[in-house]
Design a protein around this ligand. Structure first.
Ligand SMILES: [Zn+2]
Length: 445
């Protein structure tokens, strides 16, 4: 009954609005009209300073750029291959690159420039890249912040998956060749955290392990961390159950000093520690980032990485004050994903998709998101060095140019269809490119 009367009320409201001056939005607009609006929106959108929610700003030989490495047999999407002429355009725009291809002897020109900047050691080089792209602030998702990144411009997002792997990982590592690369790197990060906290061996009981986990997260925040990041989708399902503490305690007691836990026991233990991490992040007001999209490698499970797996966590009232960010827009499940952001503490970004697909397709995705929850969507570059020629600099450029043109096109269509005015369109563009992230990380109220 209650639902029925709400519907009745809603239709009265629609009838009351029908007489207002602006006509109903229409499904088709002329291409000439869309082009005209695009041409006047784009220069204004280009002037909006960007807040980049996700990047791996780095020199290519810095192993702290990520907590994992490229899997052994990666097959790259078309747009990210070094044959993509857009990367030459990027190098020309950023550095005045004098060649039209990345022949090894030409690519050396770029590599030498980068090596000189790295040797110089200052922060001017990466600040300069941000300036050229009109990026004001940029999150850097790395194992540790680098001395060559200016902490005023680059804020640290640190990895926490390693806390899920303190036990004997023989069976985890053996699951497939990709895990054979990934898991030893997680063990390395865990040891690094143990060194940081002056912990020489795993604590004797779960209480000790939990306090080590909580303390490391708190200390990383003191070092400048603004968010924690889970790459868990690469290793396991994003579905986390809610096991009782005594179960996790028994598993830890049995295996912390040796022995190989069964898959089921390991998963139960991880599900529990995951919740300790979420709880601690919430208490410290650190946002929680999830890789929630396709991933690289030959064994990445689309089913395990599907963002809907997180629904029970995102909608858990215990975490209502914790801010969650679904990195990479859940791509390719972007429409399922956007409905998760109906919850006020759930956000997303367009990182990775911005260079996986061309702007014409990114436009369609952004148009859908803008029409649904424009307060929760953010720009992200996922800038990353892909090979000798294509560095994080060029992927920054590609992601920024794609996002600015795609959002201008999405908004131009919506304005032409009669959804809203130019003014509103520019406000929505500012929210996407800057304000939503600045507000999430407490830089604007
Ligand atoms: Zn990334």
């Amino acid at each position: 009954m209650r639902t029925l009367s709400r519907i009745a009320f809603a239709s009265t409201a629609v009838l009351a609005m029908a007489g207002s001056a602006r006509p109903q939005a229409k499904p088709l607009a002329s291409p000439q009209e869309v082009q005209k609006i695009y041409d006047r929106l784009l220069p204004q959108i280009d002037r909006i300073p960007i807040y980049d929610n996700h990047s791996h700003a780095t020199f290519p030989d810095d192993s702290d750029m990520d907590a994992q490495a490229a899997p052994p047999d990666e097959s790259s999407v078309l747009r990210l291959r070094d044959t993509n002429p857009e990367f030459v355009a990027a190098a020309k725009a950023l550095f005045g690159y004098p060649y039209d291809d990345f022949q090894p002897e030409h690519a050396k020109w770029l590599a030498d420039k980068e090596k000189a900047a790295e040797k110089d050691g200052g922060t001017a080089y990466w600040d300069g890249i941000l300036d050229k792209l009109n990026i004001e602030t940029c999150l850097a998702n790395r194992v540790a912040l680098a001395p060559y990144l200016d902490p005023k411009r680059f804020h640290w997002v640190f990895f926490v998956d390693s806390f899920l792997f303190p036990l004997n990982n023989r069976d985890q590592t053996g699951k497939n060749p990709d895990m054979g690369v990934y898991i030893p790197l997680q063990e390395k990060v865990l040891h690094r955290y143990m060194q940081q906290e002056n912990v020489s061996a795993l604590p004797a009981d779960l209480a000790g392990y939990e306090s080590f986990v909580r303390q490391t997260v708190a200390d990383n925040q003191k070092k400048g961390g603004v968010a924690v990041k889970f790459e868990a989708a690469y290793f396991r399902s994003l579905y986390f159950s809610d096991p009782p503490r005594d179960k996790a305690e028994a598993i830890y007691a049995k295996y912390h000093a040796g022995g190989v836990p069964s898959n089921e026991d390991y998963r139960t233990f991880q599900d529990y520690i995951f919740r300790v991490l979420i709880d601690q992040a919430g208490k410290l007001n650190l946002s929680v980032h999830f890789h929630s999209a396709v991933g690289i490698g030959d064994y990445f499970s689309l089913r395990n990485g599907h963002p809907l797996n997180l629904e029970n966590v995102l909608r858990d009232p215990r975490y209502a004050k914790t801010k969650f960010v679904l990195i990479h827009g859940g791509y390719p499940y972007t429409l399922d994903m956007i409905w998760l952001t109906a919850a006020k503490n759930v956000y997303t970004d367009s990182s990775l998709m911005g260079y996986y697909v061309y702007p014409s397709e990114l436009k369609n995705i952004l148009k859908q998101w803008i029409s649904l929850y424009p307060e929760r969507m953010m720009f992200g570059s996922d800038a990353f060095p892909f090979n000798d020629a294509v560095g994080a600099e060029e992927t920054f450029w590609l992601a920024v140019r794609s996002a600015r043109t795609a959002v201008a096109a999405a908004l131009a269509e919506l304005v032409a269809e009669g959804a809203f005015t130019d003014e509103k369109a520019l406000e929505l563009a500012r929210m996407y490119l800057h304000d939503n992230a600045a507000r999430l990380y407490g830089e604007i109220k």
